[in-house]
Structure formats: C-alpha cells, structure tokens
Design a protein around this ligand. Structure first.
Ligand SMILES: *Cc1c(COP(=O)(O)O)cnc(C)c1O
Length: 402
C-alpha cells in the first residue's frame, strides 16, 4: 500500500548548502541572512518593511503590541482558526470576540462581525459589556484571501485597525474585479500582515515568521519588541558609545529569527511561486477526480484571488453519506492517507468554553467543522500519490453513499 503523508517539506541542496555555510561562518543568530530574507520577502509581497521573527505567533503578538492594544479592549477574531490567532489578544489582556464563518469558504463572516459588535455593545457576549473594539484579525483560511474590499470597508466604518493572519497565504493575491491590478497578500491591505514559516506551511524555515507593514514607526516598534525592547539606536535618539551599547525602551520579547533558519528561508522564498503552482496542480487534479461526487463539497475558488493552496479541504454532505467525518478520516488512515482537520473552532475548546462561549454563539462553525476533511497537498506530491488519495476518497464515497 502506498502511504501518502499529509505533508512533506520540499527541501533541496540549496537550503542544505546555505545552512552549512551559516554553520561554518561562525555567525548563527540574527545576522546577514535574516536581513537578506527580510529584504527579499518584503520585495516578494510588495511591502515596505518586513520584520523576521521566530514564528507567526510572535509576528501576531508583535503586531497587536505594536498597535498598542490595551488590556480590556476587544478584537474581532474568527472562531474558525488555529489557537495562535486569538491567544495573542489574550497575551495583551484583551478580549477576543469570536466571529462566525461563511458556510462555504469558512472565512470570517463580515455580517456576523457586525452582529457581534452589536452584541458586544449590548452585553450579550462573554466579554465585559462596553469593551472598546480596537481591531479585527481575519485569517486567509487555507490560502484563499478574505474579501479585502469588505475588510477595508468594515474597518473604516468602525474605526478599527486590521491585522491579517496570513499563515496560510503566501503567495496569495486579491483584486476587486477582473480589470483591477492584483494586490498581493501583504501589499498594504492592513496595518500588519503576518506570515508563518512553520514546518508544514507554504514556505518553511522549520520555525519562523514575518510581520510586514507599510508603517515605518510601527516596523521600528515591532523590531525593537522582537529583541527585548532594545534600541540599537538606528534613529540616533541616544548617545551610543559603541556596538556594545544599547538602551532598553520596553519590556520586549525574544522573537528574533536565527540566520540558520533564514538560510533555509531565502531559498524557499525563491521557489515560492513554483511550489504554489505545484500545489495548484494537485488541487486541480483533485477537483477533476471529485467533480462527479455529489456527496462532497469541493473547496471554493474565486476568479478574483490567487490561491496559495495551503489546504485542500472537502466537506462531507451528511444527507448523502452513511459515514461521519471521524470515521471517514479513520478509513483514510487505514488506506495510508494522512489527513487533518482545519479546525475544531476555538469556542469548542476548553479555554473558550470556560470563558463562556457557547456553540449557539457561532452556529455555522459549530455545525460545519464536523464535516471538514483536509487532504494531502504539497509541492513534491507525485502523480501516484495524488492518484492514491483520490482513489481512496472515491472508494469510500461510493461505499458509503446513501
Ligand atoms: C500555523 C498558524 C499560525 C501560527 O504559526 P506559527 O509560525 O506556528 O506560530 C497562526 N495562524 C494560523 C491560521 C496558522 O495556521
């Protein structure tokens, strides 16, 4: 039986040789490779400033800290996401206001965001009534960007900052219509956009992340906070006596990216579009194989987006199948296919249940997550591997159709 892992990183000799060169250079932590990775990444997404850090979680934390999120404030966060998106709000002593998802894309639903702001004002949420909403933190789920036009309009209407969790969305793009130029994810659509280079993300440094912004002062604050809140005084505010000298400006964090990691990143970055196209081809092959299976809902596509295809997620139609999602995943596992679920929504985890969130607060997420299945998709996936996954899924659907 051919075993197909859920993900396999695409690491080549370029990365390996560059890491070896760093190890031989005598400079292991943040240095010339991290600086080059920042420059190259900023250019790749069309951002003015990029701050390399050791995870996307760190980037999100620096973003909300840099934007001066206050204890007691509220931030709109999708329920359908990974732990990191909302926990950085909690780090600041602020309150995540969980927002339901669109039933098709599973991305943050802006209509429900409006409703949640009204609920917040009326004290109908497990968040102190009257908490000031400071920002909105949407996720480009699976690599399909949210509707940036709606995001901007929503944020302007309510006077909010926006931070994009783009952990799945490099490289990705959006445009308002077919005549407009593409806008890359990270190209100035928000105050800060945060990317992940975790081991199974679209490009990897093992662990790593990047915060990009068009705001020079915000970039400076995030960079300082990423290294203990130190100033090396690039702005000349202090009398600096030598390279050894610095001033502590704030209680910062230890989030800087090592040159060992950045050495992997510069070569991953150079191949990012090639790897995206390889994933897109896998998605197209799945779509073609599953087109006749009405028991499955296929991942949404949009003509006005360039999809990063970090995740290929199908939804089971329970009215057409005699098998539930958990059993479906177990059967795929028995057939050698690695799978995942994106996600058990936040409000169905103990941390948020204990804070008072209930399933009926997020009815779409509460229902739809029980039907989602994420299939293997990665750039080095061979045709026989794609075929084996498609065969296993097709076989299961035929066997369990009503
Ligand atoms: C992976 C992920 C993160 C966190 O990325 P790290 O680099 O592991 O910190 C944040 N948000 C989402 C949606 C993710 O999938």
């Amino acid at each position: 039986m051919l075993k197909v892992p859920f993900f396999r990183p695409d690491i080549r000799d370029d990365e390996i040789d560059e890491v070896a060169a760093v190890l031989r250079s005598g400079w292991l932590t943040t240095g010339p490779r991290a600086e080059r990775f920042e420059k190259d990444f900023a250019a790749a997404v069309g951002a003015r400033h990029a701050v390399a850090v050791n995870s996307c979680t760190a980037a999100l934390h620096l973003a909300v800290a840099g934007l001066d999120l206050q204890p007691g404030d509220a931030v709109l966060v999708p329920a359908m996401t990974f732990a990191a998106t909302a926990e950085v709000v909690l780090y600041m002593g602020a309150h995540p206001v969980l927002v339901d998802c669109d039933p098709q894309t599973l991305a943050l639903d802006f209509e429900d965001a409006e409703q949640k702001l009204a609920d917040l004002a009326a004290g109908r949420l497990p968040v102190p009534a009257g908490a000031r909403c400071a920002g909105i933190l949407p996720v480009h789920l699976g690599g399909l960007m949210v509707d940036v036009g709606k995001l901007r309009a929503f944020a302007e209407r309510h006077g909010l900052w926006t931070v994009e969790d783009a952990a799945h969305a490099f490289p990705a793009a959006w445009r308002p219509d077919a005549a407009a130029p593409w806008r890359r994810c990270g190209e100035g659509t928000s105050e800060v956009t945060c990317f992940s280079f975790y081991a199974n993300k679209t490009i990897t440094t093992g662990e790593g992340g990047m915060a990009v912004t068009g705001d020079e002062e915000l970039a400076r604050r995030m960079r300082s906070l990423s290294l203990h809140g130190l100033s090396n005084d690039a702005w000349g505010r202090f009398e600096v006596r030598g390279a050894w000298d610095y001033r502590i400006l704030a209680a910062g964090y230890k989030y800087n990216l090592t040159d060992v990691a950045a050495a992997i990143g510069v070569h991953q970055l150079a191949r990012a579009e090639e790897m995206r196209r390889a994933r897109e081809a896998v998605a197209a092959a799945y779509d073609e194989r599953f087109a006749g299976l009405k028991e499955l809902e296929l991942p949404p596509r949009r003509a006005d987006r360039v999809h990063a295809w970090h995740v290929y997620q199908v939804k089971l139609r329970p009215e057409a199948l005699r098998i539930d999602r958990d059993a479906f995943l177990a059967e795929l596992g028995e057939r050698g296919v690695g799978t995942s679920v994106h996600y058990r929504p936040l409000h169905l985890h103990p941390l948020y249940e204990e804070r008072g969130w209930r399933p009926e607060d997020l009815p779409v997420a509460s229902e739809v997550w029980r039907r989602t299945v994420s299939l293997p998709i990665f750039p080095g996936m061979r045709d026989d591997e794609v075929g084996a996954v498609a065969d296993a899924v097709t076989d299961l659907v035929r066997r369990y159709r009503r």
